[in-house]
Design a protein around this ligand. Structure first.
Ligand code: ATP
Ligand code: MG
Length: 558
């Protein structure tokens, strides 16, 4: 355990420290309360890891609770995906998986209690009238003409609401607080509405449903949540949260704490927008690797560790800001750098023939899996007379400082031999079709040859043994230069967000790669086997991230 005071604590930890010191709570309990109306995204990951991390740090508990009080949009597909995402991130909720809809009975009883205390009333105003009566930021609201109904009448009407005697929208239950409150949320907020809808969990049992501001504090209190952490837009709702837990009379009232949402620069995170991209078929589902849903990040090849690192680097704050996507890329590079093998893959192949190498000979070279991490061991890479190299590693007329292959120049073939370009052939369009080289057997990698040096090292695969694969390269789905939206409000999509390369040639060992396996392709970046489109023995690779970045970690302070 860290010594208290030696590490600076974020403001939420400071609040928890104080609460524990003062004996307000004996131990802590946090929760993640997703509404199952979409897939989770990187912002939710921050909330999950924050809540789970706090529980772990303080030896407390972390609950997963589906906030499924609103029957319109919820879908089992979303429940399943959220469960998978939370588990994948490693946020262990043990046996504490809850559904807010299981508390409908208790919420109903809490509402009845408020009516009995004279703190809630049934109101017949229409939604528009309620809005009119509510007032504005500068003007107080007007009391509803139904505000002074007797307790008995309210009890009877509320029971009738429950029993399905009224049409949707004709009656609501409202908290009786203060129509003159400077906080609009406190102006007799609606806490129950009539909605004849089928709920995914409770079916047709209920035709009244609680509003979020009433339901959420009750859910927290029932579960013994101590610190209910949410995002800043709920700050103005906190007085109502406190009012509900106080008036319903919970012995150990939970406490709401707000922090700033995570935003990524030029990256779409809102469910609404992602949904649009999915529904319009612009992306290949909620887990399209260009998105930043957790499912997409997983499919792209991000690891839970890299997301934890990212969330830690972002920190927790009270002020809204936006983080560069490059920081997320930095984290996955850091995570994979030593963990993954570095393989050879030729994405845009051109044939290279070694004229003085024996025909039909295949030689198995010993190559290190990862030069920076000997623990990963060695592998055998087949080498032969006919190879493929990347087209950009050869130039007929190279500019200055081009150290790769060109007529007359000698380079090292990674892990193999020096080769010197003696000639090349072009087709009628001027495209290079074949490069001819000679090799020097003395220069074999690992032989200790010191006779001369070359400036360039290029990667290759042997033509006979290479496997064919599709490789996909991604760019940001939003055009960074021009901003997120067009003038007409539509999303400003980057036409180059997906590049599909169908003729890539890879080391044969990669044929065995399984879904979600990831590798460095030397000089190209990190790549991950696509879980949706790969076939047995025919993997499809998604580029997670290129190798180079302009991103620099901000210097630590002090
Ligand atoms: P969205 O705005 O993307 O539709 P939401 O807030 O409606 O998301 P919920 O399912 O209601 O999604 O959110 C579950 C939890 O995740 C809430 O506690 C919410 O505050 C938190 N959360 C949502 N978006 C972010 C974000 N960008 N950064 C941090 N936490 C977030
Ligand atoms: Mg929400």
């Amino acid at each position: 355990m860290e010594e208290k005071g030696t590490v600076s604590r974020n403001f939420i930890e400071q609040i928890i420290d104080k609460d524990l010191e003062e004996g307000k709570y004996e131990t802590i309990c946090t929760r993640f309360p997703p509404e199952p109306n979409g897939y989770l995204h990187i912002g939710h990951a921050k909330s999950i890891l924050l809540n789970y991390g706090l529980a772990k740090k303080y030896g407390g508990k972390f609950n997963l609770r589906f906030d499924d009080t609103n029957p319109t949009k919820e879908k089992t597909e979303f429940v399943d995906s959220i469960l998978a995402d939370v588990k994948w991130l490693g946020a262990d909720f043990e046996d504490r998986l809850y559904f807010a809809s299981n508390y409908f009975e208790q919420m109903y009883e809490a509402a009845v209690l408020l009516i009995k205390k004279g703190k809630a009333f049934v109101c017949d105003l229409t939604a528009d009238e309620i809005r009119e009566y509510r007032g504005t930021l500068t003007e107080p609201g007007k009391e509803s003409p139904y505000r002074n109904r007797s307790v008995e009448e309210n009890l009877e009407l509320f029971e009738n609401m429950k029993n399905g005697m009224y049409e949707d929208g004709t009656k609501v239950l409202r908290a009786k607080i203060d129509m003159a409150s400077p906080n609009i949320n406190m102006r007799d907020p609606v806490i129950y509405r009539v909605a004849h809808m089928t709920h995914h969990n409770t079916g047709d049992k209920w035709c009244i449903y609680p509003m979020y501001d009433f339901a959420h504090p009750i859910e927290d209190a029932i579960e013994g949540v101590t610190h209910s952490i949410c995002t800043l837009e709920f700050e103005d709702h906190r007085p109502l949260y406190d009012w509900v837990v106080r008036e319903v009379g919970y012995e150990h009232p939970p406490k709401q704490i707000e922090f700033a949402k995570l935003y990524l620069t030029n990256v779409v995170t809102g469910k609404r927008y992602i949904k649009k991209l999915v529904e319009q078929g612009i992306v290949d589902g909620w887990d399209d690797p260009r998105l930043v849903t957790i499912a997409a990040l997983k499919r792209r090849g991000f690891t839970p560790e890299s997301i934890q690192m990212f969330v830690d680097l972002c920190g927790i704050s009270k002020s809204q800001s936006s983080v560069d996507y490059a920081m997320l890329e930095y984290c996955i590079r850091e995570d994979l750098k030593l963990k993954r093998p570095r393989m050879m893959a030729v994405l845009d192949p051109v044939k290279l023939i070694i004229d003085n190498y024996p025909n039909d000979q295949i030689e198995y070279l010993d190559v290190e899996m990862n030069l920076e991490n000997p623990e990963l061991g060695m592998r055998k890479v087949p080498f032969g007379r006919e190879l493929y190299i990347d087209r950009e590693d050869f130039m007929e007329n190279p500019p200055k400082k081009y150290f790769r292959l060109f007529p007359g120049n000698e380079v090292r073939l990674m892990g193999a031999y020096f080769v010197k370009c003696v000639s090349f052939e072009k087709d009628e369009t001027g495209k290079v079709t074949e490069i001819h080289c000679t090799y020097d057997p003395e220069t074999k990698c690992g032989s200790g040859f010191t006779g001369r040096k070359v400036k360039g090292t290029i990667h290759w695969v042997a033509a006979k043994t290479a496997i064919h694969a599709q490789v996909r390269l991604y760019e940001n789905i939003i055009d960074e230069e021009k901003g997120v939206y067009n003038e007409d409000g539509s999303l400003n999509l980057n036409p180059n967000s997906l590049t599909v390369l169908n003729d890539c040639l890879l080391e044969p060992a990669l044929a065995e790669a399984k879904a979600y396996d990831s590798f460095q392709f030397v000089r190209q970046g990190y790549f991950c086997v696509d879980a949706k489109d790969s076939k047995e023995g025919a993997p499809v690779f998604n580029r997670i991230v290129s190798l180079k970045s302009s991103f620099k970690l901000p210097k630590a302070e002090g």
